[in-house]
Write a protein that binds this ligand. Structure first.
Ligand code: ATP
Ligand code: MG
Length: 297
């Protein structure tokens, strides 16, 4: 067992990923194997995940997980830092172009890494199209506005179209075959399956150099499965849990996460727009940035 060098750079996502779990004090071959098999293949995912969740995923005792987490935080020097340093870091945060100058400007230069960005809109307003555009632009090198990495796309509505990826790539004089070969697509058939795929991202992202994760749409299965007020609390709890997993994923691996959201109409509202993002407060609190797409004149 080798000792972990002090990285001294603060928070996860700041530095090169470390999958060398055995370098942590107290973690031998057996524990490392359990952590990897339980979906925690990197030190970053151990730092950001709640101990109860790691314990449940891996079968390792809660107290042992607490010790491993302390060792990981110590190794990565996770703690306080000056706001100035944080400011400089945020200025250099990777951003991904949407292909639209105006939309990039609204988001401070593009879709931000280490953040959860929500695209909201009525049906047919272009959410999926924008996600597919980002699945292409994210692969561009940073100097061309991309994130220089691959993409993981969770499609919950069966609307991901590889043909559209080809069109977008060809329009930008990129090799469509190469672009399509760098997008990992999974179709989620229900909310439970969607949750499993999100859990799986903690392994898929570091193993495949994924820099952008898309969940299109985040809410449709939840809305379809948890009908009525009686089921609302359970729906919101589950939704909240997965949203927070996505935030942790974004922070741990320094990647951008995009989710799409639908709208709901309040027929009792007489003043102002009766159209609101679905998912209520849970969605509003969890997302770092909210972008509402509306039809222009
Ligand atoms: N290949 C294409 N090229 C250009 N525009 C397209 C193409 N395919 C679909 N569109 C247009 O894109 C628009 C938006 O479709 P999109 O599927 O992105 O909507 P959405 O916001 O995801 O809707 P939903 O809430 O139903 O999922 C539609 O008006 C459609 O006509
Ligand atoms: Mg769509």
């Amino acid at each position: 067992m080798s000792s972990v060098p002090k990285m001294g750079c603060g928070w996860p996502g700041d530095h090169i990923l470390s999958s060398d779990l055995e370098s942590l004090p107290g973690v031998g071959k057996e524990l490392a194997k359990k952590l990897v098999n339980g979906g925690h293949p990197t030190i970053e995912s151990i730092i950001v995940s709640p101990p109860k969740e790691i314990s449940e995923n891996t079968g390792i005792g809660f107290n042992t997980i607490l010790k491993i987490q302390n060792a990981a935080r110590e190794a990565f020097n996770v703690g306080f830092r000056m706001a100035l340093e944080f400011y400089e870091k945020r200025r250099q945060m990777p951003r991904c172009t949407t292909g639209s100058k105006r939309l990039d400007e609204i988001q401070g230069g593009g879709v931000e890494a280490q953040a959860l960005t929500e695209l909201i809109g009525e049906y047919g307003k272009g959410k999926t199209q924008l996600c597919m555009m980002l699945a292409v632009t994210a692969q561009l090198p940073p100097e061309e506005g991309g994130l220089g990495g691959n993409v993981a796309f969770i499609d919950t509505e069966g609307t991901f179209m590889p043909e559209r990826i080809y069109q977008i790539a060809e329009a930008r004089s990129l090799d469509p075959k190469k672009i399509a070969n760098n997008i990992l697509v999974a179709r989620a058939y229900n909310s439970n399956h969607q949750g499993l795929l999100i859990d799986h991202l903690f392994t898929v992202v570091p193993e495949n150099n994924v820099k952008l994760v898309v969940v299109d749409s985040m809410i449709s299965h939840f809305r379809g499965e948890y009908i009525g007020r009686d089921n609302l609390a359970e729906r919101q709890q589950k939704l909240n849990m997965y949203l927070h997993k996505l935030i942790r994923l974004a922070e741990a691996y320094n990647i951008a996460v995009i989710i799409t959201n639908q709208v709901q109409t309040n027929p009792a509202q007489y003043f102002g727009s009766p159209i609101h993002p679905a998912g209520g407060n849970v969605m509003a609190h969890a997302c770092t940035h909210r972008v509402m797409i509306k039809k222009g004149s």
